[in-house]
Write a protein that binds this ligand. Structure first.
Ligand code: DGI
Ligand code: FE
Ligand code: FE
Length: 190
């Protein structure tokens, strides 16, 4: 399915605020793709579709996981919100016809990250955090600049911010978020 059609379908499904966020991630990801010589079409598709299962209720998320055969780990059980990333990749394939594994991977890891991310994975993870409609996270002006200068440093600071934020809430931190943080901490020390 082409981008225009995908935008049209998403627009019919999502509330205006979420749609603005989705479009913000799409164009931020595309700009980063220009900067880091990543395929613009991949960045645009992954940006558009990264939250395409986010509108589902908790019960709908569980039901859809059953339908797609997604096993739910203890962190996802406690915070079903996390499931929108894996389900988003299932929807991208099933509803929007995306076959490109690189795009699907970027959607799957956009919330927790994962060790050894591809440049596209990092771009989507970062674009989700810095897109222009975001305004709550600390250090946003600095991170927006850094994203175009040093992708790994930017990724690491976002991981650090996210863990710090989660530590101040009652939410359990996903194992994968911590693994990703440790992976990039070790990598950047060298
Ligand atoms: O879907 P978005 O809101 O655009 O962004 P997202 O997919 O990054 O989800 C953001 C939320 O996910 C934010 O409230 C922090 C939370 N999150 C990120 N990593 C973890 C996490 N929540 C838990 N419980 N554990 C994590 O490791
Ligand atoms: Fe998300
Ligand atoms: Fe998002």
């Amino acid at each position: 399915m082409d981008r225009i059609k995908i935008r049209e379908l998403l627009n019919a499904k999502m509330n205006p605020k979420r749609m603005e966020h989705i479009l913000g991630v799409e164009y931020t990801a595309t700009a980063l793709a220009m900067c880091y010589e990543v395929d613009l079409e991949q960045a645009s598709l992954a940006g558009l579709l990264h939250d395409c299962a986010k509108h589902l209720s908790r019960d709908e998320k569980f039901a859809e996981c059953r339908r797609f055969g997604i096993t739910i780990n203890q962190f996802e059980q406690r915070n079903p919100e996390l499931l929108h990333a894996k389900l988003g990749a299932c929807y991208a394939k099933d509803i929007y016809g995306v076959e490109d594994e690189a795009v699907l991977s970027a959607i799957i890891c956009h919330t927790t990250g994962k060790p050894a991310m591809s440049t596209l994975d990092k771009i989507i993870y970062i674009a989700d955090y810095i897109e222009p409609n975001r305004n709550k996270a600390p250090k946003l002006p600095m991170l927006r600049k850094l994203a175009f200068e040093d992708l790994d440093q930017c990724l690491f600071i976002i991981l650090e911010n996210t863990i710090e934020f989660l530590q101040g809430t009652s939410l359990a931190i996903d194992e994968l978020t911590l693994e990703t943080y440790e992976y990039y901490r070790t990598m950047l020390k060298k």
